[in-house]
Write a protein that binds this ligand. Structure first.
Ligand SMILES: Cc1cc2nc3c(=O)[nH]c(=O)nc-3n(C[C@H](O)[C@H](O)[C@H](O)COP(=O)(O)OP(=O)(O)OC[C@H]3O[C@@H](n4cnc5c(N)ncnc54)[C@H](O)[C@@H]3O)c2cc1C
Length: 334
């Protein structure tokens, strides 16, 4: 049992509340601030993830404003209820049995993108999709974001993951980030240089802060030239990636010495399949949902890939996809 779990168990014993009780109590508080039609009970996460996989979240809450977000986070903190932010769900694998806590989804005010006083900067909300930011920037002749235009996530998820492609990373463009403390108690704006950006990592992962919006710095260029580069990169994606199948993009992070896709290909794993989950024939770095895959199918493929690559190359692959209420460790036999 992990330290976190041990602590949780101790706390549960000390106030006799189960995790389910805590979520129920937090849900009752949340109902005071968020309309009923935005508090969905037992909401299937397969509807909110690009993998199209995942059982129900005990509660799925849509928040439209910073005040609403603060209220939801404070309710979770007061009741010590398990919760997580879901962006566009494009890097999520949720367990078949679902998530026993509260999924918080930003929308409304968080979906904006606007010019700032600095002609080379824009501020975008955490829920704004990267494709939408790209369209806004192209129209205004602001370049530098082209690499991110085809990544299917939101800005919040991209900052959390320091998403990147074709030699660029979101962290390279971030001037500052507006963040809410994980318990909803305060808001701060940090410069990009203090965000701890590293390969597929930012300090948000460690601090538990919530990304509200970010200011991005771009470079002026002709809209036609930007549009041409966006189209070129999109064509590359379509040619190389299994874009017609549900997936969460690259399943594993790039190891220090090599490329995950090449290592998986060299281990002869293209097309390796368990149930509905399969290593893509087109791009070995992607596990796809080839039809009716469960989270357990995906995990079984991931375990096999990790083990075979380790045997063949001695390199340990680490998941890039966020595993929600599930893990690569095998469950003990019942
Ligand atoms: C077809 C395909 C292609 C892809 N290509 C790429 C690629 O080229 N490069 C790349 O880097 N990724 C790629 N991805 C993966 C994914 O799109 C990125 O990781 C993206 O940044 C995730 O954004 P999201 O909004 O979907 O986040 P989610 O998957 O919803 O969440 C990811 C993590 O961010 C956290 N999070 C989300 N929003 C916030 C917030 N506002 N505040 C705090 N934490 C938050 C979540 O809790 C979670 O831990 C691809 C995925 C697919 C399906």
């Amino acid at each position: 049992m992990t330290d976190k779990k041990t602590k949780e168990t101790r706390e549960n014993i000390s106030d006799n509340k189960t995790g389910r009780d805590r979520v129920k109590a937090a849900a009752a508080r949340i109902a005071d601030s968020i309309p009923e039609d935005r508090c969905l009970k037992d909401e299937p996460m397969s509807k909110h993830t690009s993998f199209r996989i995942g059982g129900p979240a005990a509660l799925f809450v849509q928040v439209f404003t910073e005040d609403e977000l603060a209220a939801v986070l404070q309710a979770c903190a007061t009741e010590n209820a398990e919760h997580i932010i879901v962006g566009n769900g494009t890097n999520f694998l949720v367990a078949d049995e679902g998530y026993p806590g509260i999924m918080i989804h930003l929308a409304g005010d968080f979906e904006t993108v606007e010019e700032t006083d600095d002609a080379c900067c824009v501020r975008a909300g955490a829920a704004k999709l990267l494709s939408g930011i790209s369209a806004f920037l192209t129209e205004r002749g602001l370049a530098g974001f082209e690499f991110a235009s085809g990544i299917p996530g939101s800005l919040g998820g991209a900052v959390f993951m320091n998403a990147g492609a074709y030699g660029g990373e979101i962290g390279d463009l971030v001037e500052s980030v507006r963040l809410m403390k994980g318990d909803g108690s305060s808001i701060t704006e940090l410069p990009g240089s203090e965000m701890g950006f590293a390969y597929r990592h930012s300090s948000v992962e460690d601090s538990g802060m919530i990304v509200l919006s970010a200011v991005l710095r771009l470079i002026p260029d002709a809209p036609d030239a930007i549009a041409a580069r966006v189209a070129e990169l999109q064509a590359k994606r379509n040619a190389k990636q299994p874009v017609n199948y549900p997936s969460a993009g690259s399943t594993f992070k790039r190891p220090a010495n090599g490329f995950a896709a090449a290592l998986i290909d060299e281990a002869g794993l293209k097309g390796y399949r368990v149930g509905g989950a399969m290593v893509s024939e087109k791009h070995a770095g992607f596990v796809i949902n080839a039809g009716g895959a469960t989270a357990e199918d995906v995990l079984a493929v991931m375990r096999h890939v990790r083990d075979k690559v380790m045997q063949k190359s001695g390199i340990e692959l680490e998941p890039e996809v966020r595993l929600i209420n599930c893990s690569l460790q095998l469950k003990p036999e019942a």
